[in-house]
Design a protein around this ligand. Structure first.
Ligand code: AN7
Length: 344
């Protein structure tokens, strides 16, 4: 039978109410890509779980199929979220599919072009907030407490249920859990979901390396960050809603949460692209963290199977690339000019 999406495949493992009415775009089922050159360099067996290949280009679709399916089944007519961009695009797509109105609040001027375009294309009402993601999240929490609008941020428990499927897929593909799982941490829904998923699936437990951007690293600093700043706008979050659970996941798994600089994030984005895997900046954070740990001898690589979750596609944030690279050269439409330039 052809693939029918995550609720169809893993619904029996997800704690969703009986009224849930499946809304799917055939999300999930993303590839676990072997990385032979990086494996050789690091001395471990490294795989990328490429979540950028979900229908709206990020891992958010795993949680959104569950959250929107529950919301529509309970009769919700409008959904809302705060977002650094990917949640907005995903909520907009699944709401459109379900025939719901969607409203998304984003921090003014801090959302990557591909995400904003997606949210608009799928028909969301996009509202820019003169403030941070954290300010936007407070607003959507308040409005959903006082009105029938449904909240689809990862505070919504069904988002976590759906996102557990990332862990299930990895276990199914590898036969058991890897030794390490590395991933970026922003609002901390994904790390919470993966840990819950691995615990539930009982195919072994990885150590978890959660990675924040240095300018937005509340879980490393141990306190909220009032004015988070990073080029990785997806994880430009100063007060993670599930911060406690993220710290618990790191602790219980005998792992840790660390921070990497924007320079490390951008150089790792290039390393991945040089392997044919183009991810958005935030999505390079997991590997950036692993490389940093390895460089200072804190990563015991030998014989280890490591999965790095790359959460969003590079096409989400094209300007990061075009701004930092020289524009393509321009020549006349002539063979001689081409041969001259190519130098053959
Ligand atoms: C590519 O879209 O918070 O720790 O509003 O887009 O579960 O928040 C996005 C987060 C990592 C962090 N990678 O995941 C949003 C939003 C990418 C992301 C994260 C996000 P969480």
């Amino acid at each position: 039978m052809t693939y029918q999406g995550l609720i169809h495949r893993y619904g029996q493992y997800l704690d969703l109410p009986a009224h849930t009415k499946t809304i799917s775009l055939l999300e999930g089922n993303t590839p676990l890509i072997p990385m032979p050159r990086l494996s050789a360099e690091l001395g471990c067996e490294l795989f990328i779980k490429f979540e950028g290949l979900n229908p709206t280009g990020s891992f958010k679709d795993r949680g959104m199929t569950a959250a929107i399916s529950e919301a529509v089944g309970r009769g919700a007519q409008t959904v809302i979220c705060a977002s650094t961009g990917n949640t907005a695009a995903s909520a907009a797509a699944y709401a459109a599919r379900a025939g719901l109105r969607s409203i998304v609040l984003i921090p003014e001027g801090k959302v990557a072009a591909g995400k904003l375009a997606g949210a608009i294309a799928y028909g969301a009402e996009v509202i820019q907030i003169q403030g941070s993601f954290d300010d936007a999240l407070s607003l959507v929490v308040e409005i959903t407490q006082k009105t029938p609008i449904a909240l689809v941020n990862s505070i919504n428990p069904f988002r976590i249920e759906g996102q557990k499927t990332g862990a299930f897929e990895i276990c199914d593909d590898m036969g058991s859990a890897p030794d390490w799982l590395c991933l970026p941490v922003g609002n901390a829904g994904n790390i919470t979901s993966y840990w819950a998923g691995f615990k539930q699936y009982q195919k072994g437990l990885p150590q978890i390396l959660g990675v924040q951007a240095a300018g937005a690293a509340p879980l490393v600093l141990g306190h909220p960050v009032e004015k988070p700043e990073t080029i990785a706008t997806a994880i430009r979050i100063g007060k993670p809603a599930r911060g406690e659970e993220a710290l618990e996941a790191a602790h219980e798994s005998n792992g840790r949460i660390i921070a990497v600089s924007d320079e490390q994030i951008l150089s790792t984005q290039k390393i991945l692209a040089a392997e044919g895997v183009w991810v958005e900046p935030a999505s390079a954070a997991g590997l950036a963290g692993l490389l940093a740990e390895s460089a200072v001898g804190k990563f015991e690589a030998k014989g280890k199977r490591v999965v790095v979750v790359c959460t969003g596609h590079g096409m989400k944030d094209p300007s990061i690339i075009t701004e930092s690279f020289k524009s393509p050269k321009i020549i006349p439409a002539s063979y001689d000019a081409l041969v001259d330039l190519v130098g053959v």
